[in-house]
Design a protein around this ligand. Structure first.
Ligand code: NAI
Length: 287
């Protein structure tokens, strides 16, 4: 089964923006797609069936195979029902693209616990719930593809997005361990930080920048990560506007102290401790 042909792929938040592009491309390449979308507003309020239904109709009109699902990824029950939609309609689940997302932007000084929790629940817990529900099926069939949507706001920080950035980098932490635990079952887990013109970015970047960021630039990279051919795992990519770039954590040569140093000794060595020349890809010394 080359590429994504006959693969059952769940794309969350696929009723618009990037998810819609992912779903359409995957279906055009022969995947059987579950188009999930809660159908709410950018801040996660509201719900409806129209968004997911419209994308399913587009896919079917183009000759592809898709089914809609309207559950929220933010709950365990919603995610279980989503994976059940894949199993009931197509008899399997081979890939999950954890793309659903909301924004509750505000400076950290003004952030409420409600704004913090809402964003964690959709992005980080949503990625957990959906992947957790698919995981036993991946293990059993000896094949699975997990993609998460991370963000440059998590990788590098962005004013007003402490809640969002934390959730997005949390997803990178998630795939790092899924990559290790999934390896022997041919389950890969990778992350894409997209840059695309959608309702999410409509008022965040200038119009002339957004013009360059057609979501169609991102979809083929997600398509490759879901495919049978891509065996890479724990890879993080920044993708948008025609650019595809890998991002990786590097660690420098450690400064070694035979005895616990004094604070003054730490201060005296600070330049060496923070010098990144000669840095190499980091790895878990306890793993
Ligand atoms: P979007 O707002 O067009 O798409 C997100 C979709 O998720 C919406 O259709 C929404 O209804 C759906 N959704 C929200 N909560 C849901 C829930 N609980 N359950 C199911 N569906 C839910 O935004 P966009 O730009 O397409 O974003 C897609 C993903 O890419 C998001 O995770 C976002 O954080 C991420 N991203 C996007 C960037 C960009 O430049 N557009 C930059 C970095 C990350």
């Amino acid at each position: 089964m080359p590429g994504v042909t006959d693969r059952v792929v769940v794309v969350t938040g696929a009723g618009g923006g990037l998810g819609r592009e992912y779903a359409k491309l995957l279906a055009s390449e022969g995947a059987l797609v579950v188009v999930n979308d809660l159908g709410g507003a950018r801040d996660g309020s509201g719900a409806g069936t129209a968004m997911a239904d419209a994308v399913v109709a587009e896919i079917r009109a183009a000759g592809g195979t898709a089914v809609a699902n309207y559950d929220s990824v933010a709950t365990e029950e919603g995610a279980q029902a989503l994976i059940k939609t894949a199993l009931d309609n197509f008899g399997a689940v081979h890939g999950v693209v954890n793309n659903a997302g909301i924004l509750r932007d505000t400076s950290f000084h003004k952030m409420t616990t409600e704004q913090w929790n809402a964003v964690q629940q959709v992005h980080l817990s949503g990625g957990y719930h959906v992947t957790r529900a698919a995981w036993p099926h991946f293990r059993e069939q000896g094949f699975g593809r997990v993609v998460v949507a991370t963000s440059t706001s998590g990788l590098y920080g962005n004013f007003g997005q402490a809640n969002y950035g934390a959730a997005k980098l949390g997803l990178v932490g998630l795939i790092n361990t899924l990559a290790i635990e999934g390896r022997k079952y041919d389950i890969t887990a990778n992350a894409v930080a997209p840059l695309a013109s959608t309702r999410m970015t409509a008022d965040i970047a200038p119009a002339e920048v957004l013009e360059q960021l057609d979501p169609a630039h991102v979809a083929p990279v997600v398509g490759y990560l879901v495919s049978e051919e891509c065996a890479d795992t724990a890879t993080v990519l920044v993708v948008g506007g025609g650019s595809v770039q890998r991002v990786q954590l590097f660690a420098n040569k450690p400064v070694l102290f035979a005895q616990p140093p004094t604070i003054d000794e730490v201060a005296a060595n600070w330049d060496r401790i923070t010098d990144m020349s000669g840095a190499e890809p980091g790895r878990n010394p306890l793993g």
